[in-house]
Write a protein that binds this ligand. Structure first.
Ligand SMILES: Nc1ncnc2c1ncn2[C@@H]1O[C@H](COP(=O)(O)OP(=O)(O)OP(=O)(O)O)[C@@H](O)[C@H]1O
Length: 620
């Protein structure tokens, strides 16, 4: 059986075409190598720039505003100092005009600041909108093995937290970094023109600042990265344990789960604490150095004033500028930190975007408009990466409309054969042909659109019964849906629900019984009208009435379609045109029921051993 589907921890959700319900390949390794990617900050920044450049007009407008606001904020202290020299000390006229002028400068400064921030928010929201969409689309094009290697919650964290991080940093940090640099250059230029000696004294603290900042950013960069990673890990764990709640409770594992959660929570707390504690130290350090430089300017400046070497106004300008000079440095350090955390987030997003899509190698592949259902496995051999051969030299042929029953002990390779059929993996040697075309030459999406799956634990989505059946054919009319439900023996139970087809299923389809879920899955497959059907028979016992209904509906569904049945019921197996008995990836017996019984081999002993309860290979 496709036992992975019994494990809520390992659900696979495939949203492609009609192959809505799929088996988990239990894979640890992808069968394709992903492209090597540069994993460094500058490469990530370059990639981010690729997104921003799309809004270059807006970006240029933001830059103009940044230049203006920086110039205006340089002008403010200069005017204040000049005012002191002219109106307080020299007692010149025109103070009111001057005051109005200063007022205008400050108002304009606020306006330019406001505009740059509002425009930048627009750019960043559009950017992350694109990123989020791209990421979501890309996730749906990744091959199945990619998902079996990762926790779903961890991937979700990339679509939510990491993207959010990029967004908030773009909003504030990107322009701040630019404006800080401008302010820095402007301030130094004006300071030098006023008094090279005082400028030099102000610079005394710079090496200390640089060393301090470098140390802090080095620590925090690493910690922010760890924080994002830990957050993703925690999200993954939450998603996993919540969706596996029943199993957790059934096995009384609440304490273990909570203990494991505590451990992860603690990791986040630690990395979060240190990242923020250390980065929070930046303003304190800067403040202290700032005050030091202020004291130097005040002390040395006072001596200059007493010796009539400079004016009091110049000292005021300098004192203000020295603050202005350290502030952008301070901002730069702060913003650099935020940028680093955004880069860490962006890197995780680009990591996923860099993964090779399922369709990249489909250049020569084509689409089949119609499939009759002739399926030939010829000398198919396959091994999961890093494992010994899972399928060895498997050959059989199915004519259109034939039913093949796959039997064999657990781990024999039944699920793997199905995964090869629908191209979650490709054979390492040999071939699978559908109507004479090698499946590798058929586009995956097209191939799967000719198939439908009815699995023992059918995956149903949150939504109405009607929507869930419609998943088999998105453009189906209400009449078609009801028709399919009738053929699937589901109509009667649906009509008994209080809102009929509008009855809303909760997430994972809970709200109806297991047998009813099966009937809905059959209705979905009937609606999809595939040429090839994959059926994983339920082993769990369902009440006899529902069981009969399911069997009846399945007979109708299988009529005229090539069907692969991972079979457990003797009844189903007996009716199959061909029975393939697998063991350790080899076909050990092949033929019809009577032929195999006559062979007196594995199959015949399996049948006689389990004939009483009508079930075969229950352990699988
Ligand atoms: N993704 C994977 N990566 C590596 N090995 C795998 C993977 N999936 C399955 N296997 C291994 O391949 C073998 C065949 O597994 P498969 O799931 O096809 O068996 P099965 O006959 O369907 O079993 P069951 O009836 O229990 O579902 C097993 O030994 C299994 O451990």
């Amino acid at each position: 059986m496709l036992k992975a589907l019994k494990e809520p921890f390992q659900y696979e959700r495939n949203m492609e075409g009609k192959a809505a319900e799929v088996a988990n390949p239990k894979s640890e390794t992808p069968n394709k190598k992903s492209k090597p990617r540069a994993r460094n900050t500058s490469a990530t920044l370059k990639q981010m720039w690729g997104y921003l450049i799309l809004y270059k007009g807006r970006l240029a407008a933001v830059m103009v505003m940044v230049v203006l606001s920086s110039a205006l904020s340089l002008l403010g202290p200069y005017l204040a100092g000049t005012a002191i020299d002219h109106f307080l000390i020299a007692r010149d006229n025109g103070f009111v005009v001057f005051l109005v002028g200063m007022g205008v400068v400050y108002v304009l400064h606020s306006i330019t600041m406001w505009l740059q921030s509002i425009w930048m928010i627009g750019i960043s929201q559009k950017t992350v909108y694109r990123m989020r969409l791209q990421l979501f689309e890309h996730l749906h094009r990744l091959p199945i093995p990619y998902f079996s290697k990762r926790q779903h919650g961890e991937l979700m964290s990339r679509v939510t937290n990491d993207i959010e991080n990029v967004s908030s940093s773009l909003n504030s940090s990107a322009i701040q970094v630019f404006s800080s640099m401008l302010l820095l250059i402007g301030t130094v230029a004006v300071m030098l023109s006023l008094s090279p000696l005082l400028t030099l004294l102000t610079f005394l603290v710079v090496p200390l600042m640089l060393i301090g900042m470098k140390w802090i950013t080095k620590q925090t960069g690493r910690l922010f990265k760890a924080q994002q990673r830990n957050l993703g890990d925690l999200n993954g764990y939450i998603e996993e344990t919540l969706s596996g709640q029943r199993i957790v409770k059934a096995f009384s594992q609440e304490h273990t789960v909570i203990a494991a959660f505590k451990e992860r929570n603690e990791r986040i707390r630690l990395s979060g604490f240190w990242a923020q504690a250390i980065s929070g130290f930046i303003p304190k350090l800067m403040n202290a150095l700032n005050n030091l430089s202020f004291a130097i300017i005040a002390g040395v400046g006072a001596i200059f004033v007493l010796n009539d070497q400079i004016t009091v106004g110049t000292i005021i300008i300098f004192a203000e500028y020295s603050r202005q000079f350290t502030r952008p440095l301070n901002d730069l350090a702060n913003q650099w930190n935020t940028l680093l955390s955004a880069v860490a987030g962006a890197e995780r997003v680009f990591d996923v975007l860099g993964e090779e899509e399922e369709r990249v190698d489909e250049g020569a592949a084509r689409e089949l408009a119609e499939v009759k259902g002739n399926v030939v496995f010829s000398h198919v051999t396959f091994a999961y990466e890093g494992r010994a051969s899972t399928i060895s030299d498997v050959s059989f042929e199915l004519k259109p409309g034939d039913t093949i029953a796959l039997v064999g002990p657990t781990g024999a390779g039944k699920t793997t054969l199905i995964q090869l059929l629908c191209r979650f993996y490709d054979p390492s040697s040999g071939s699978i042909k559908i109507d004479g075309t090698d499946t590798r030459m058929i586009k995956r999406e097209n191939l799967r659109s000719h198939m439908a799956f009815v699995l023992q634990d059918p995956f149903l989505f949150e939504g109405t019964i009607r929507e869930n059946i419609r998943y088999g054919k998105l453009d189906a009319t209400d009449e078609e849906i009801e028709q399919a439900a009738k053929l699937a023996n589901a109509h009667t139970f649906i009509m008994r629900l209080k809102s009929g087809y509008q009855f809303r299923l909760k997430q994972d389809g809970s709200g109806i019984s297991q047998g009813q879920k099966q009937l809905l899955a059959i209705a979905r497959a009937i609606l999809a009208n595939p040429s090839i059907l994959v059926l994983d028979e339920a082993t769990s016992s369902i009440d006899t009435v529902t069981e009969i209904k399911i069997q009846e509906a399945l007979q109708r569904l299988m009529q005229g379609r090539t069907s692969f049945v991972i079979a457990h019921r003797l009844n189903t197996i007996q009716q199959a045109d061909q029975i393939v008995v697998l063991q350790d990836g080899h076909i050990i017996e092949k033929g019809s029921h009577s032929e195999l019984v006559d062979q007196n081999g594995y199959y015949s002993s399996m049948v006689s051993g389990q004939l009483k309860n009508g079930m075969l290979n229950e352990s699988s």
